[in-house]
Design a protein. Structure first.
Length: 397
């Protein structure tokens, strides 16, 4: 992710394609062409689909309180702030006529969002095994590994994941014998199978007969002319699985029928109510300061490793723009209390989809802290008020 590039992947017919050269001016936002506006849908002539497509209704009401208003258009002014869906827009790092505060280009965030790239990054940085599970970045590599005595144990479980899959839809848990057969059938036909990763199952802690994952939100910010910084929000969500762990779907049961809802957190229906880690009952494996400290250390190490590809150089960003990424990290807790990063989502659900059961106030707070800590300082010079975001990484330190 370096230099300048044009993006037209999600622009509607007649939409704007940003090809203007980078300009070096750093005018205050209030004196520029940026406006506190948004629109709905993907109207022709607009620079992107709805700029606030990821914002939930309570978050939109909050922004309206800060002066944001809908615009019918055309013409469509450059919005001061975008929090779009993956398909809504993919803006370049630099150029004229771009939103003032916008998400990092997908070419940058894919270093974490793409499961194959995350696995390769973790292995190269020595983080595999410490912060991430053993993950093979192609089917041929996985077949070689699964043929070993340990990898082929009958009770060993692996996940086949599409490298760009979301919401657990492209995740298949398999026992080692089933995976070995599946790989032997596909590798000759598909070669390396580079669109998939094969990830070793993590032994997970259980509470009230259910496994769970943590959803942590990590904010990466690249202000104008400065190095990037990373923040972890203190509101960490605990997401119980839909199905109880019991004989027949337990991770250690040889020959178990791998019911997907017992293995994939997003699968199944009627999930128990998610809770913030600070609201967990005593004795819960994710309660306490040790988990929070590990999350901070994990975020620091992963962002440090990803920084060269995640954050464009200041010269490539230029102008007054602030680039950011609001990332959702899915983290497992082992019975010993260790953490493992399962995957990263650069467009995490906000009070919808897989997170619809989470208390809406959690996401309203998250959007508020993003706006008060990143958006308003860029738009009108307000001092940053990061709220629940705590710095865990500073690329300029």
């Amino acid at each position: 992710c370096a230099g300048f590039f044009a993006v037209e992947s999600s622009s509607p017919p007649g939409g704007v394609v940003f090809r203007a050269p980078c300009h070096k001016t750093a005018e205050p936002a209030r004196e520029s062409g940026w406006r506190r506006v948004y629109w709905c849908g993907c109207p022709g002539g607009a620079p992107c689909c709805t700029p606030l497509g990821k914002v939930h209704p309570a978050g939109l009401a909050l922004l309206k309180g800060y002066g944001w208003a809908p615009v019918a258009g055309p013409p469509y002014p450059a919005p001061a702030f975008t929090l779009t869906t993956r398909k809504g827009a993919d803006f370049p790092a630099g150029g004229a006529g771009l939103p003032l505060v916008r998400q990092l280009p997908q070419a940058c965030t894919d270093v974490l969002d793409d499961k194959a790239r995350l696995a390769a990054l973790a292995r190269a940085a020595g983080l595999e095994g410490r912060w991430t599970p053993v993950t093979y970045t192609g089917l041929a590599e996985a077949l070689e590994a699964i043929s070993t005595d340990e990898g082929a144990a009958p009770d060993a479980v692996w996940f086949v994941k599409h490298r760009l899959g979301v919401q657990g839809k492209a995740v298949v848990p398999m026992t080692a014998p089933s995976l070995s057969s599946w790989l032997r059938e596909r590798v000759p036909r598909r070669g390396g199978g580079g669109d998939y990763v094969v990830q070793e199952a993590v032994s997970m802690a259980v509470h009230a007969a259910r496994k769970f994952v943590l959803r942590a939100h990590v904010l990466v910010v690249a202000p104008p002319g400065r190095a990037g910084a990373g923040y972890l929000h203190r509101d960490v969500i605990t997401l119980p699985y839909a199905v109880e762990t019991r004989p027949g779907n337990d991770p250690g049961t040889a020959g178990a029928a791998l019911q997907k809802a017992a293995w994939v957190s997003q699968a199944g229906k009627r999930h128990p109510q998610p809770l913030l880690t600070r609201d967990l009952p005593p004795g819960h494996p994710a309660a306490g300061a040790a988990v929070a400290a590990q999350l901070q250390a994990m975020a620091h190490d992963v962002l440090t490793a990803a920084a060269p590809e995640l954050v464009p150089a200041a010269a490539a960003r230029c102008g007054a723009s602030t680039l950011y990424a609001l990332l959702g990290w899915d983290v497992a807790v082992t019975p010993a209390g260790a953490l493992q990063l399962l995957e990263v989502n650069s467009y995490p659900a906000i009070a919808s989809g897989t997170m619809a059961q989470v208390d809406t106030a959690v996401y309203t707070t998250l959007v508020h802290d993003l706006v008060a800590g990143v958006v308003l300082p860029a738009v009108d010079g307000a001092p940053p008020a990061l709220g629940g975001f705590e710095m865990v990484w500073d690329d300029g330190a």
